[in-house]
Design a protein. Structure first.
Length: 416
């Protein structure tokens, strides 16, 4: 696959106009504490030290992160959902988003349209088609397969012809972009399947803020959060949905709590109905913390109390990246996850890999391997942290984005 722009032929140190504008198109209720939204915010934070002015255009609901210019569509009555998954309001929201992006582009004259998810790229392509020259460059920020994600959430309900239609549409959208940023190896391979390697693309992992790399005061944090300093702590942070592996997580936690009397589990995320019901059914009171949705601003504190982190997401369906894994890595935690190409691309030798064929039992074996040699687990955690500093630190991601923006826009504004 054509991987231009390359790291060797792109300059990021010579702005071609005063504060050139980049419009990020977010077809989602930005910001909520979700992986997709965290990626969007962190990319914008990473580019903040470069001479770009970023505008985010998004749905009517969600909170405004401090210091980010957010423009919203008109309010849609009845559309309040912020968690992942299908919503019947999305079609109307995307139509309104097209008009909002078009209005912003006419006023701001952006050099790049950075479309998040396939809908964002499609809207960006439609808006660009309506603009006069010079037209902005278009990026697809691809976090997984659109058709795969919808299928994972049950949107097709066995209607295979609808799935095939969405796969065709997905392939067409991928070809509309000037460059594709894939959040994982799985997403990159999915893109190759849809486009046969005929688009410019690269992998850009999720950025992780500096605070996650700081060494935590584990004793103080445990006391503040009311967690026994003498216990071993397993943590999961993310969506508590079947597509995210919540069923595998619940079964693995059940087995681990039955066999390890000194273990405390933290299951942070939403919706909480499944894990709360399991906690009641299995009598996890006092040994399983279910704090619900945790603000991203304090997520590093929760990771700081843990001894091991787990990602139960199966290697199937949407093929999207695991943003939680890079945060676990930055925090220096040993990570237990299923053995998949994307997970290995991130963790390398730092991971504790579970056999996907064994399901929850494979995850249990991975956690037990961590507990059997905590010194080895600590060293693997530090190895993961060093890998994270190389690929997902603000400096690394910010420079790469600046290089991509410059390369894509220079021909449109006459810069060498």
């Amino acid at each position: 696959m054509n991987n231009t722009p390359s790291k060797n032929n792109v300059r990021s140190d010579s702005p071609f106009q005063a504060n050139p504008v980049v419009v990020h198109i977010a077809p989602t209720p930005f910001f909520a504490n979700r992986g997709c939204h965290i990626r969007i915010e962190n990319e914008i934070r990473a580019i903040s030290s470069y001479p770009y002015r970023v505008v985010v255009v998004t749905y009517h609901h969600g909170r405004n992160p401090e210091g980010i210019d957010v423009r919203r569509i008109p309010s849609i009555a009845g559309y309040t959902k912020t968690e992942a998954g299908y919503s019947p309001f999305k079609f109307l929201a995307d139509i309104l988003l097209f008009f909002k992006v078009f209005s912003v582009c006419r006023n701001e004259k952006p050099i790049v349209l950075h479309g998040h998810l396939h809908e964002g790229a499609l809207i960006g392509w439609a808006v660009r088609s309506c603009l006069i020259r010079p037209k902005p460059a278009l990026i697809l920020d691809m976090q997984g397969s659109l058709s795969g994600e919808l299928s994972a959430y049950g949107a097709f309900s066995g209607k295979r012809w609808v799935l095939r239609a969405f796969e065709w549409i997905e392939g067409r959208i991928c070809r509309m972009a000037d460059h594709v940023l894939c959040s994982s190896l799985n997403a990159f391979q999915c893109l190759e399947r849809f486009t046969r390697g005929r688009v410019s693309a690269e992998i850009l992992a999720d950025m992780v803020p500096d605070r996650f790399f700081d060494e935590p005061d584990r004793l103080t944090l445990r006391r503040r959060l009311g967690i026994d300093v003498g216990k071993r702590v397993l943590i999961y942070t993310g969506g508590l949905l079947p597509a995210k592996g919540v069923n595998e997580l619940i079964e693995a936690v059940r087995i681990l709590l039955e066999t390890h009397g000194d273990l405390v589990c933290i299951l942070a995320g939403y919706p909480t109905d499944r894990v709360l019901e399991a906690a009641h059914r299995y009598g996890w009171a006092g040994r399983c913390r279910i704090p619900g949705e945790i603000s991203y601003d304090v997520l590093s504190d929760w990771l700081g109390v843990a001894d091991v982190a787990i990602d139960p997401k199966p290697d199937a369906g949407a093929q999207e990246a695991s943003g939680k894994i890079v945060h676990y890595m930055a925090s220096g935690l040993p990570v237990v996850c299923f053995d998949s190409p994307s997970n290995r691309a991130l963790l390398g030798d730092a991971g504790f890999y579970a056999d996907g064929a064994k399901g929850p039992l494979g995850l249990v074996r991975g956690v037990e391997k961590v507990f059997s040699d905590m010194e080895d687990a600590k060293q693997k955690g530090l190895l993961g942290k060093r890998r994270a500093q190389e690929i997902v630190s603000p400096g690394a991601v910010g420079k790469r984005l600046a290089d991509v923006y410059h390369y894509l826009a220079k021909d449109r504004v006459g810069v060498s």
